[in-house]
Design a protein around this ligand. Structure first.
Ligand code: FAD
Length: 367
């Protein structure tokens, strides 16, 4: 086995891994990124909130997408809440996002290896093994997603998988003003317009994924179904992990993105968190390589993640708990109508930026 040395090894080439690798490479480090899969498509709602759009800009990654300026919560049985987004979000299909990030990695000189790796601690470094070769790295950023295993040596606590997500792309039969979220019953349905004719449909539900769940979810939300034509990309399901690591960094190793413990996708901010935490982890690895005090770097990283995750987790858990019961959400819609400004902080928690415009509420059943 040959042992090569790199400054920063990144495990996982999703949004978190790409952002981490870009941030570290732009700061002058030699970076290697390992990605297990060749198929870069992944179940996702494909709506990127403003904080994520901003992170992409800061990383110098240009991505073509379809801007959305509104989130509309449609309650089963009547009623809806429209939340204008200013700055807007961006609907972008995962293959497009991956392509843009991959081009950025190549421009930044990151070496990308299409393999799954296992990470072990060596005395003063890390060993990355892929079965054939082993490489040494001075720092490691684990971005291997919600079901990744790299975090194990940081002390992973096990949560239970109680929810699942399904994604399909479908024809749009009519134009969408923005992202629509249909709530009520066993499923939540996210409709993200990728273009005038194509919509990403993401279904979130409780329990493990079942075959036929997409059709079931569309039957349960006829106001969504009437806007959708044939399936363009067949449904793909994923169990949602609620596993959270007990530590996010130690001795030159950092976790970023879903590997830190995914926030329920009901809030639509997973990619935003992935890009932002990846970027912060890349910058933290640079500080480690520069010889800064490791305890200070870890404290800063811990605080950063707490700011990114704490309120979003609480908000996502509350929303996921209320989603099956539209009656519980109706008062929230009423608050939005009477005192729209009161909901502004909730939207900024999800988007990661302070909205500049107040919210407007459409009267119950106005659609
Ligand atoms: C149904 C659904 C809808 C969603 N909707 C939205 C939405 O609308 N907006 C939003 O912002 N977020 C959404 N999310 C969440 C979002 O998809 C995730 O938060 C985001 O993909 C996390 O990025 P990541 O880079 O941390 O992990 P991932 O995107 O999961 O990437 C991890 C990568 O690591 C690789 N990997 C794993 N182990 C190894 C290994 N040992 N070696 C090498 N590579 C490895 C995997 O192959 C994978 O490519 C949704 C999620 C689901 C399931």
């Amino acid at each position: 086995m040959t042992a090569h040395t790199t400054d920063v090894a990144v495990v996982g080439g999703g949004p978190a891994g790409a952002a981490a690798a870009l941030a570290a490479a732009r700061g002058g480090a030699h970076v290697m990124l390992f990605e297990a899969r060749r198929d870069i498509d992944k179940p996702c709602g494909e709506g990127l909130l403003a904080g994520g759009v901003e992170a992409l800009e800061e990383l110098g990654v240009a991505v073509a997408g379809h801007p959305f300026r509104e989130l509309c919560y449609v309650l089963r049985g009547g009623g809806e809440l429209r939340l204008p987004l200013d700055p807007p979000g961006l609907a972008v299909a995962r293959p497009e996002l991956s392509g843009a990030l991959t081009r950025g990695l190549s421009r930044a000189g990151v070496t990308v290896r299409a393999r799954a790796v296992r990470v072990e601690r060596a005395q003063d470094a890390f060993l990355l093994r892929d079965g054939k070769e082993s490489r040494r790295a001075r720092t490691v950023i684990a971005c291997d997603g919600a079901h990744g295993r790299t975090a194990a040596w940081l002390g992973r606590s096990h949560g239970r998988t109680r929810r699942h997500g399904i994604r399909a792309r479908m024809r749009a039969l009519q134009p969408f003003a923005g992202v629509e979220v249909h709530l009520g019953g066993a499923y939540e349905l996210y409709l993200t317009p990728l273009s005038k004719t194509l919509v990403n449909v993401a279904v979130l539900g409780h329990g493990r994924p079942r075959s036929g769940a997409l059709a079931e979810a569309l039957r349960a939300h006829p106001r969504a179904a009437e806007k959708l034509g044939e399936i363009v990309t067949p449904p793909r399901a994923q169990a949602l992990s609620s596993t959270r690591p007990s530590r996010s960094s130690a001795g030159g190793a950092f976790l970023a993105g879903d590997a830190c413990g995914a926030v329920d996708p009901i809030l639509g901010c997973g990619v935003t968190i992935a890009l932002r935490s990846g970027r912060f982890a890349g910058a933290s690895a640079l500080r480690y390589l520069a010889g800064e005090n490791p305890a200070r770097i870890e404290r800063d990283y811990r605080r950063f993640l707490a700011r990114e995750l704490r309120l979003r987790r609480a908000l996502a858990a509350a929303l996921a708990g209320m989603a099956p019961h539209p009656g519980l959400l109706a008062p929230l819609a009423a608050i939005g109508r009477r005192a729209p400004g009161l909901l502004a902080p909730l939207v900024s928690i999800a988007t990661g930026v302070n909205g500049r415009r107040p919210f407007v509420h459409a009267p119950t059943g106005s659609r």
